[in-house]
Each structure stands twice: as structure tokens, then as C-alpha cells.
Write a protein that binds this ligand. Sequence first.
Ligand code: SF4
Ligand code: SF4
Length: 390
Amino acid sequence: MALEDVKQWLYGCSHCGTCKDVLNLFIPACPSGEKYQVESYFPSGRMFLARGISEGILSLDDEEIRKRIYACTGCLSCEQQCSVYHHQHIFETIHVLRTEAVTKGLFNPGYMTAYYGLRGEDNVFGKPKKERCNWANGFSVKAAASEKVDVLYHAGCQLSYEPTLWSIPRNVITILQSAGVNVGIMGAEESCCGGRAYEMGYLGEFDKYTRHNIETFNSLKIKTVVVSCADGYSFFKNLYPRQQIEMKFEVMHVVELLNNLVKDNKLELKKRLDLKVTYHDPCHLGRHISPGVYDPPRELLQAIPGIKFREMERIRENAWCCGAGAGVSQADPELALWTAHERLKEARASGADVLVTSCPWCEKNFADAAKRYQMKMRIMDITQLIMESI
Ligand code: SF4
Ligand code: SF4
């Protein structure tokens, strides 16, 4: 889409400021605006920037303007709070500006690792493709390319290349195997889902991975693709159907599949875990999905014997972002960490000892922020708790 195509939405913003806070709670909703405290970092300011660019008064050649466009985490909290007719298109408008910048050859240096990494090695970190499956070394799991599997576990870039997170895919496979699920992986043949490229404005890369993955999964007759990554989940669910290639498989997040297995008595949570936990809703598992996946993780956590569940102040549709989304970890790492720290403080205030999430991008960013701000808070993926309880 070009700026011309979204013009109808640019004049809808009344600059009422409702999107700055969570409705009725009067606590911040937009990470970038809140950190920088400058109107042009808030959604309303960005709508003004888009208008100025569309009318030729402002230009994407201005680095200060591009900084504000790249500092959006794509959390969609603004879209949740705003009730004007354009409200479902705020991030889409920002995304159009990013795409226009790419078209004009105005490359963001922060995105270059991801861009060249995708072109050369099929991952956003620029790490060797052959190392993609190191997390499964010495681990027994079916190879979906050569063995018949019903469920394909797609690890995604973050889990594949971040050794501190490798327990997550290993736990998922172990849990699914113990529940009798016929699961396999693509191994080193797995590719990026392409969603991050889309969010950064690189539509050519997005197109390439989308087509490749759909065709591969269809040809292997995969029934269900399961992911641990909330971002990947929303990309498969929302963006893939835009290619208009028939997807002969369904897509599930692991919390949905595990919750079903528990309800169907195929997975028993036996061991008591005496922990006070709170749950962070990843934006891509919540506001990016309709309806949002809010209940399955909460039901799973509360099915674990001994768990005391505490809610934070901003939850479900109103959850505060972890800060890592839409390329902000790459474009503005300080903003990413600051945003995560705000969430860690909220988790602490809930009285919980453990902050649980269900997305590796959130977990990594929380862990980095805890280190950076010297804050003691246990951060766990939900599957780690399930693993300990089975
Ligand atoms: S984006 Fe919506 S809520 Fe925010 S200032 Fe504009 S009209 Fe108001
Ligand atoms: S998507 Fe999130 S970070 Fe971006 S403008 Fe909206 S509230 Fe702010």
C-alpha cells in the first residue's frame, strides 16, 4: 500500500489524546510517546507526520521524522484506545511510511543486520543457516522433510539463534511427544516466517518467505503448524492469507494446543509448583489477533497445582507492550529496554515472584531489561512451568 491509498485515514485524528492512556485506567498506553514525551512520538503525532508527508510539507528524507516512525513497537495499544473511524489503521499508516522509506532507498542502519541476514542466511540475525537447528542437537525429534508428521513445530528465528532460550523449543517437543502428538521440525531447512521484514517495510522479503513456507507446508501435508513465537503466530494468521495461496494447514500457538491437551486429559499437570506468577500478554497474541488469545495461557497457568495467579494492572486488550516488537529492538534498543522495565515494575507491583510470558521476543527483552536495570524478577516461558509440572 502507498501513502496515497491510506489518505482517507490521515484526516480522522482529532488529536483528542485518548490513545495516550488506557481508557478509564488513565495509565500510559503508548511506549514510544511515554518514553520520549514528545507529541510526534505518540500515535496522534505520527498521524500528523503522515499528513505532512502526504501533503509534501514534511519529508521522509528528514532523519528525525524517520526516527519517530521506526520507534513504534506496533503494539496496537493506540488502536485499542482510539474510537475514531481510522482507529484500526494507525499502525498500518506507520507501516506505509516505513515501506515508502525503503522504496526511496532510505535504509535504517538498525535494520541492516536483519535485511542482509534474511537475504543471505534466511534469518533476521544474520547467523549461518546451517546453525538454525543447533537447539535440537542430540535431541530426538522427527524430521518433517523426510518423515510423516501431523504437527510441525516452527521454532522461528529468535528461538533458533538465542541459546539462552533453547530450553523453550526442547520443552515444547518433549511435552508434545509425552502427550502422544506426532510432531516434527524442519531443522536447518526452516526459514524465517518473514513477518519482521514486513513490519520493517521490506515487502519483497516478506513475499518470498510467505510463499516458500506455505508451499513447503502444503507439500509436506502438514495438518497443524505450531509456534511458540507470538509474532510468528500473528504473521501466519493475519499476513499469510493475504497471499491468496490456499493454506492447507491450521496455525496454533503452543498455549492453545497445550490448553486443549490438558482439557482433553492428554496432558496431566501433576507436580505442585508453589509460585506466585503473573502473565504478560504479548501484543501479537492479543491485540493483533481477533479474538485475542487471552484465556488459554491463564487457564493453563491456573491448571498447575500450587500456582497462585496474580493479574497486573494493564492486561489483555490493555496490556503494556514488552517493547521488542516491530523492529524496535533493532532500531531503538534503548526504547525497547525502557518499555520492558516499565512492565517489570508493573509485574513486581502485582506481588508475583515470576513474570510468565509466551513469546521469546518478550522473554529475551524482559531478561535484558532486568539485567540492564538490575532488577530481580524471575522471567519464564509458560512451557517451562508446564514442563516442570508434568
Ligand atoms: S489517534 Fe484516535 S485517540 Fe489518538 S488523538 Fe487521534 S483520534 Fe484521538
Ligand atoms: S502501535 Fe504502540 S508504540 Fe506504536 S503508536 Fe500505537 S501505541 Fe504507540
